[in-house]
Design a protein around this ligand. Structure first.
Ligand code: GAP
Length: 442
């Protein structure tokens, strides 16, 4: 359902996310830990559904993209080759008075934004988390937690070409955790030190790269719209030459209108042959594609749509959030509702016996619940007035409430109430699985 509400107070969402089991502060009983966040039962399901929707569009519905999962801790030479050891840095300044640290590009005037103290000259701070592999903490054992999933695709390029009978253009996709020791994490789950990425490296013939770049910008924009983000809250922004990453010839960000302003949701980059070239140089392996027609060994160019799973979860929640004045069942009320796309909603349906103290209603409701949960995540709720139970489900974005009432006992139909329109239809119990499947797939 179209709604015009735009949430401009992040605290409302943080509070709902905590109250309803989407996102909890990390390590909370110990006072939290540097803007880390845990995904509760609802947040976990929502995130799984976002990742599934990404895989559906990027892999399942195509015949040119293959999924992989690579190690989080890779050979450290990978990060030397990629340029991360030398250049994955942010400029950092310290306050000489209160000792707080800031990103130099986020403070102006040379005085501390917290206490007004004098700031040091900026120095480069590498964002990669270091660790030691094996029992000895020595220089030779240093390794890094990956700061992006992308390098896994370049490092496994040869294995894919050798084993999977791919033809140019083709892509390799991966979803997984990445880690960056951000100087100033914040804005809830927008910028965290541990986050999840959904990235795809699409290998193309040199010369066709800009066409594919435009194609992927459009595809990715459409994906957010397909899963419910309103176009007025999305925009494309092309990077200025001065802000391009060292590997990029051209980058366009898809930005979302967050409560704190427009911010990056996803970046699409034309990486040219930068990555395959540097990994050839550092590994000594040829990273080429053999073209049967021209008998040439081509080093493909790469178009990379790089999205954040956790950052897009924030956008999907914000965009779905609505506070509405409604009239339902003859009663005026204000409801908080998440208009999540049904494919993303944590639960696809709630099963509600009209009254909890009538055994035939409860028995039939349990039977419907058992039947549905073999196919979908569904939730059972028998406590409180039916209106209150609807409100509870609205608030977590459950698209359908199935009420088992007295008529159900007679004709085996249930009331299906639509979250967005609040309209009701009756569906036969035998038809519920196909009916729901038709309404909740992406
Ligand atoms: N391989 C290219 C790459 O990693 P990026 O723009 O640095 O590009 C891609 O990251 C996406 O990953 C971003 O658009 C964002 O959605 C997500 N992301 C990056 N850093 C993040 C952080 N600290 N917290 C949450 N998400 C982050």
């Amino acid at each position: 359902m179209a709604h015009a509400y735009h949430l401009d107070d992040m605290n409302k969402l943080v509070s709902l996310a905590k109250r309803r089991g989407f996102v909890f502060p990390g390590s909370e009983i110990y006072g939290g830990f540097g803007n880390s966040w845990d995904y509760g039962p609802l947040g976990f399901l929502l995130k799984e559904n976002i990742k599934a929707a990404w895989l559906r569009a990027m892999v399942q519905e195509r015949d040119d993209v293959l999924p992989i999962e690579t190690a989080i801790i890779m050979n450290p030479r990978v990060w030397v080759a990629s340029g991360h050891v030398a250049g994955f840095t942010d400029p950092l300044v310290d306050c000489k008075n209160c000792k707080q640290r800031f990103r130099a590009d986020q403070v102006s005037g040379g005085r501390c934004p917290e206490c007004g103290g004098e700031l040091t000259e900026p120095r480069q701070f590498n964002l990669m988390f270091k660790t030691y592999v094996g029992p000895v903490e020595e220089e030779a054992a240093i390794a890094y937690l990956r700061p992006e999933t992308a390098q896994g695709m370049f490092v496994d390029f040869k294995a894919i070409v050798d084993t999977m009978r791919v033809k140019l253009p083709f892509g390799i996709a991966q979803i997984g955790k990445s880690f960056r020791n951000e100087i100033t994490p914040g804005n809830f789950i927008f910028r965290t030190r541990e986050f999840e990425q959904m990235e795809m490296e699409y290998f193309v013939r040199p010369g066709t790269d800009m066409e594919w770049f435009d194609y992927w910008v459009r595809q990715r924009y459409d994906w957010y719209v397909r899963y419910g983000i309103r176009t007025e809250n999305l925009r494309l922004r092309q990077h200025e030459p001065s802000e391009l990453a060292h590997y990029s010839r051209c980058t366009t960000d898809i930005e979302y209108r967050y409560p704190f302003g427009w911010g990056e949701l996803e970046g699409i980059a034309n990486r040219g042959d930068f990555d395959l070239r540097v990994h050839e140089e550092h590994s000594g392996e040829q990273l080429r594609y053999f073209d049967e027609e021209t008998r040439e060994h081509i080093r493909p160019y790469v178009i990379e749509p790089a999205a954040g799973a956790t950052r897009s979860l924030l956008a999907f929640l914000l965009d779905a959030y609505d506070e509405e004045r409604i009239s339902e069942g003859g009663k005026e009320d204000v409801r908080t509702v998440l208009h999540l796309h049904p494919a993303l909603a944590p639960y696809k349906a709630a099963v509600l016996p009209l009254l909890r103290n009538r055994p035939p209603l409860v028995d039939l409701a349990r039977e419907v619940y058992t039947r549905l949960r073999r196919h979908f995540y569904v939730v059972y709720d028998e406590t409180g007035a039916i209106g209150r139970r609807y409100r509870r489900q609205d608030e977590i974005g459950t698209p359908y409430c199935l009420t088992i009432d007295f008529q159900s006992l007679e004709d085996q139909t249930v009331t299906v109430r639509d979250r967005d329109t609040m309209e009701q239809v009756r569906v036969h119990i035998e038809e519920l699985v196909p009916w729901l499947a038709g309404h909740v797939t992406g």
